[in-house]
Ligand binder design. Structure first.
Ligand code: UDP
Length: 254
């Protein structure tokens, strides 16, 4: 383990977490997380790896040891999904609130705009990635976009990594879907001097309007997952994993 990684893991122990299937979820509100953890780190230019984990991610970690280690190497894992909150409640260690990747991305973009930070956008389809950049330029003109790359290419190409490193981003948004985005971050973060790295799944698609997010009412009712199945039926298999997750939590406790 590098000194850098050891320092990051040491710092992680200074906030309260709830353990679910060996993954330590932070137990704080999104506001506290941003104001007490992420913004200060960005101000200090301290490297940081954020995972926003839903039940499918936890189940993937259960099935694949190397992926679980990737999740465990993150500085912060946020609970992103109704199933995680339900599990925590059932285990009598309730989590304060859901912290979704899409919401974090919006808040971080806003902070980057106010502070004039440097951002890199990796992932998504070719045209989505292009649209993402145009839309960020329009909505957050004070952000310096230091580079972008769609996700249907060799994302481990050393030339790409070298270009990214030289661009010195403060924030790297990685939209490759799980488990690739977390694997990519864990694999490459050591090459960088600074930067907050976060896997944001399909957030670029949502931001540019290609995929609609559930209406706020559904989100408040913890039914965003149902909305996604209705809109994207191909997700049914993955949602099955979320049910298996709940089932396993119930089984273990009873
Ligand atoms: N993606 C990519 N390269 C790939 C596979 C997927 O860039 O080889 C992108 C895809 O275009 C989409 C995102 O990764 O924007 C995955 O979105 P999804 O909603 O499936 O995310 P998840 O639910 O896995 O977090």
């Amino acid at each position: 383990m590098t000194i850098d990684k050891a320092e990051r893991l040491h710092e992680m122990k200074h906030h309260e977490t709830v353990s679910i299937m060996d993954i330590q979820f932070i137990n704080m509100t999104k506001k506290d997380f941003l104001h007490h953890q992420l913004y200060p780190r960005l101000n200090r230019q301290q490297k940081c790896f954020v995972v926003t984990a839903n039940p499918e991610i936890v189940m993937q970690g259960r099935a694949q040891r190397s992926y679980k280690e990737v999740l465990q190497s993150a500085d912060f894992v946020t609970p992103d999904g109704a199933g995680i909150l339900l599990a925590a409640k059932y285990l009598k260690q309730p989590l304060q609130e859901r912290i979704a990747g899409y919401d974090l991305m919006l808040d971080l973009l806003n902070f980057a705009h106010v502070q004039g930070l440097r951002c890199y956008f990796l992932g998504g389809k070719d045209y989505i990635n292009e649209k993402m950049v145009l839309e960020v330029e329009k909505q957050f003109p004070n952000i310096t976009i230091v580079g972008h790359q769609h996700g249907y290419t060799d994302i481990n190409d050393p030339m790409l990594i070298d270009d990214m490193r030289k661009a010195a981003p403060d924030l790297v948004f990685v939209a490759l879907g799980m488990p690739r985005q977390e694997q990519w971050i864990a694999h490459h973060i050591d090459a960088f001097q600074k930067g907050l790295f976060i896997g944001v799944g399909g957030s670029f698609d949502t931001f540019v309007g290609e995929v609609k997010r559930a209406p706020q009412k559904w989100i408040n009712l913890n039914l965003e997952w149902l909305y996604r199945i209705i809109k994207q039926p191909f997700r049914i298999k993955r949602i099955g994993k979320a049910f298996e997750f709940i089932f396993r939590i119930l089984l273990k406790k009873s």
